[in-house]
Design a protein around this ligand. Sequence first.
Ligand code: SF4
Length: 86
Amino acid sequence: MIINTKSGLCPENCGYCAQSIISKAPVEKYSMMKKEEIVSGAKKAAELKAGTYCIVASGRGPANRELDIVVEAVKEIKEEYHSIAA
Ligand code: SF4
């Protein structure tokens, strides 16, 4: 299972990507999710018996603040949902 933690706000112009600044695709646009939302997605993944939970985000790369959120979420996911790899 995959979760897009930041969608449609990328400043890059990769021609194949619906989330790029040049795309006119009707994708959702939202900034970085909260840690609780990412962990909640992992709970759903575990309930659905997903083997792997992939955390992705649009953009060049995560800012330090965003990376901190993901690190904290992954720590919690590993503690609470042993059946999935995050
Ligand atoms: S999200 Fe990734 S693939 Fe899409 S435009 Fe941005 S850098 Fe390119």
